[in-house]
Design a protein around this ligand. Structure first.
Ligand SMILES: C[S@@+](CC[C@H](N)C(=O)[O-])C[C@H]1O[C@@H](n2cnc3c(N)ncnc32)[C@H](O)[C@@H]1O
Ligand SMILES: [Zn+2]
Length: 158
């Protein structure tokens, strides 16, 4: 008797989550990915800033799975998040986070080689001043030649 192999229509996986030299887990390309590719949506619960403050009131770590939106809402990928939540920050990123009708997608900024870690610039903006102490607290370990030393945005230099 002959057995037929089932044809697979699923596309080969383009990236995988594994340990990162930057921090904890990261996301790495498995194939060559062209520039301008929409890779994945940053999914999670949509919360107000107040809800986030209440949820993390006792949390004094800079580590979060939060993505702040321009309209003041926040996506918390702790529950129901996609693999996008594992993408680390880099000061010389190969991806960017794109807002498309209030949904956030991670897209490549340039062609990416297999094995490269995916990254985008978190550009975090705090309510308070970005003092040297806060920058140290949010220290960046991306290793880029022009690393700015912090995962905070450089828009507020005070
Ligand atoms: C969404 S998580 C990314 C996944 C993270 N590596 C993990 O294993 O949970 C975001 C957190 O990772 C850490 N992180 C991401 N990029 C970093 C970087 N370039 N330098 C230092 N820490 C970073 C920070 O603690 C940040 O709040
Ligand atoms: Zn950096």
């Amino acid at each position: 008797m002959t057995t037929k192999k089932k044809a697979s229509n699923s596309k080969p996986r383009r990236f995988v989550v594994r340990n990162s030299g930057i921090h904890g887990k990261g996301v790495f390309a498995l194939t060559r990915i062209p520039a301008g590719t929409r890779l994945i949506e940053y999914k999670g619960e949509r919360l107000t800033e107040k809800q986030v403050d209440r949820r993390y009131a006792k949390d004094d770590s800079p580590h979060t799975f939060l993505f702040a939106l321009d309209d003041g809402m926040v996506i918390d990928a702790t529950y129901g998040g996609s693999s996008a939540r594992w993408i680390n920050h880099s000061c010389a990123p190969n991806c960017e986070a794109v807002d498309d009708e209030d949904r956030i997608y991670i897209e490549t900024l340039r062609a990416i080689r297999p094995g490269e870690e995916l990254s985008y610039d978190y550009g975090i903006e705090l309510e308070e001043r970005h003092t040297p102490a806060m920058k140290r607290y949010y220290e960046c370990r991306c290793g880029a030649r022009r690393c700015r030393g912090t995962i905070l945005s450089d828009k507020r230099k005070k």
